[in-house]
Write a protein that binds this ligand. Structure first.
Ligand code: FAD
Ligand code: AMP
Length: 478
């Protein structure tokens, strides 16, 4: 490699590839290194998100949602779906095609923006040098003024359930079952466990989710979590709380999971087991001892609010640093760092990062939830509005759930929102925008929302904060 780069990005997931594109847009000579090889052994960019994360999981969730709608809910529309079948191999091939289109898309964007793609492994050396080893094993030392580390995360493995080809799998393996297992166990009732459990539950698997914590979705507003638990149970998925997995035994094509709960030691036998107990930062062989980059006590690369590491000119973003492991958080950090390298005053508001769980009903939230505010002793007002009272939700036969908006009792400034229901992820985004502009609940209530739309639930919840909702009886009226 001839000349010196302005920026070398290590990792081409949604953090790294976005950082590389923004840096190139700003006129910086940029390279992006990624070691990912797809199923055909071809180097691709897009990281976890595009290859085995956000995108393939949503492709399967959408396919199976359509199937379930046809199977369970078409009759109310007067539609008969006879001899309904789903061909799992077609479903998986569709998912693979979407993944392929998107990873090719990143390659196209690199070309259009002049980012140099480097397929292989990157290691940070002292003096802002990067050791690059391509897939053929050839190594060279690259020089650069800035390094952006975006090496992401990998699934956490737990000793009681070691991955076993075709039987005990992680989230990537759970995207590839060639048919719905009859009995499916999932360890971990986090976002990934619930989403993947949902996919296979819809295709007929008997799904049991084992969760060590006593509380369901502990990080989510507990009113939302309660509604989610009710809906998930209705869909036939069994979630065992307070169930800590202690071991697994494989006999032939079955796996028996030993776990303990408040009643003592128990076991359950499955045809497949998904381990979804979280992800950890990936820094394997990434940093030379003298490069000046430090890790924190949990193994994340230590950075400040602007994603600068302890080594000048070296930044780290995305899942490999503190904060929620979310693709959009990674991307925004990528943009921020690229812009700060060019002396722009970019900043991220870490208090307003939305999260979405793509079950049905969907769950989404931003800012503070009621449980957090209560625990902190804050004074607040809550406005809620159920989808059962939204005309568009009724028209779509999709009325479970509600929007909940919370505002400061004194200033009325919106502090957070939680949504469970149709298009929750898109609806919560409306509150994100409002919060970013420092909106009060009254401001949001004064805006004009199209009718009939699901957004009207956001409008009415904002009005309800001050007891002014129109399409439901308010608890109090000021
Ligand atoms: P990654 O996407 O993990 O990318 C890191 C890249 O760095 C990889 O391509 C890796 O090959 C490369 N790399 C690592 N080390 C090196 C090295 N030394 N040299 C060269 N290359 C290297 N998030 C959401 O926001 N929404 C969702 O719906 C969602 N769904 C998910 C579903 C699943 C099943 C999973 C597993 C994750 C999901 N996530 C979701 C999380 C999301 O995928 C991550 O937050 C996101 O991918 C993090 O981006 P990143 O750029 O930090 O790292
Ligand atoms: P998340 O970090 O959101 O992906 O969620 C992972 C979940 O797995 C957490 O809720 C953990 O409590 C749960 N978990 C971790 N280890 C175990 C275990 N040994 N048995 C059951 N659940 C576990």
């Amino acid at each position: 490699m001839a000349d010196k780069f302005d920026v070398i990005v290590i990792g081409g997931g949604p953090g790294g590839y976005v950082a590389a594109i923004r840096a190139a847009q700003l006129g910086l000579k940029t390279a992006c290194i990624d070691k990912w090889l797809n199923k055909e052994g071809k180097g691709v960019f897009g990281g976890t998100c595009l290859n085995v994360g956000c995108i393939p999981s949503k492709a399967l969730l959408d396919s199976t949602h359509k199937y379930e709608e046809a199977k369970e809910h078409f009759d109310v529309h007067g539609i008969t779906a006879k001899d309904l079948k789903i061909d799992v191999s077609t479903m998986l091939a569709r998912k693979d095609k979407i993944v392929n289109n998107l990873t090719m898309g990143v390659a196209g964007l690199f070309k259009a923006n002049g980012v140099t793609p480097l397929e292989g492994f990157g290691k940070v050396l002292a003096g802002k040098k990067v050791e690059f080893t391509n897939h053929a094993g050839k190594t060279e030392i690259l020089e650069t003024d800035n390094i952006i580390i975006a090496t992401g995360s990998i699934p956490v493995a737990i000793p009681p359930a070691p991955l076993t080809e075709g039987l005990i799998v992680d989230s990537s393996g759970a995207l590839e079952f060639d048919k719905a297992p009859k009995r499916l166990g999932v360890i971990g009732a986090g976002v990934i466990g619930l989403e993947l459990g949902t996919v296979w539950n819809r295709l007929g698997s008997e799904v049991t989710v084992l969760e060590a914590q006593d509380k369901f979705l502990s990080l989510v507003d507990q009113q939302v979590a309660k509604e989610a638990a009710k809906q998930i149970k209705k869909q036939g998925m069994s979630v065992l709380l307070g169930a800590r997995v202690t071991g697994t035994e494989i006999k032939g094509k079955e796996v028996t999971v030993n776990y303990s709960d408040s009643e003592g030691d128990k076991s359950a036998t499955f045809d497949k087991l998904i381990v979804a107990v979280g992800r950890r930062p990936y820094t394997e062989n990434l940093l030379s001892g003298d490069c000046g980059v430090n890790l924190d006590e949990r193994g994340f690369i230590f950075v400040n609010d602007q994603c600068a590491t302890d080594a000048p000119g070296i930044y780290a973003i995305g899942d490999v640093v503190r904060g929620p492991m979310l693709a959009h958080k990674a991307s925004e950090e990528g943009v921020m760092v690229a812009e700060r390298i060019c002396d722009h005053k970019a900043q991220i508001n870490y208090d307003i990062i939305p999260s979405v769980i793509y079950t049905h009903p969907e769950i989404a939230f931003v800012g503070k939830n009621e449980d957090e505010l209560k625990a902190a002793g804050e004074k607040y007002n809550v406005g809620m509005f159920p989808f059962a009272a939204v005309g568009r939700a009724m028209a779509a036969n999709d009325t479970a759930g509600f929007v909940k908006i919370i505002a400061d009792a004194e200033t009325d400034r919106i502090l957070g929102a939680s949504v469970i229901g149709p298009s929750a992820g898109d609806l919560v985004q409306q509150v994100v925008i409002a919060m970013e502009f420092g909106s009060s609940a009254e401001d949001l209530g004064m805006m004009v929302f199209s009718h009939p739309t699901l957004s009207e639930a956001v409008h009415e919840a904002a009005l309800a904060v001050n007891g002014h909702a129109i399409h439901k009886a308010n608890r109090k009226r000021k």
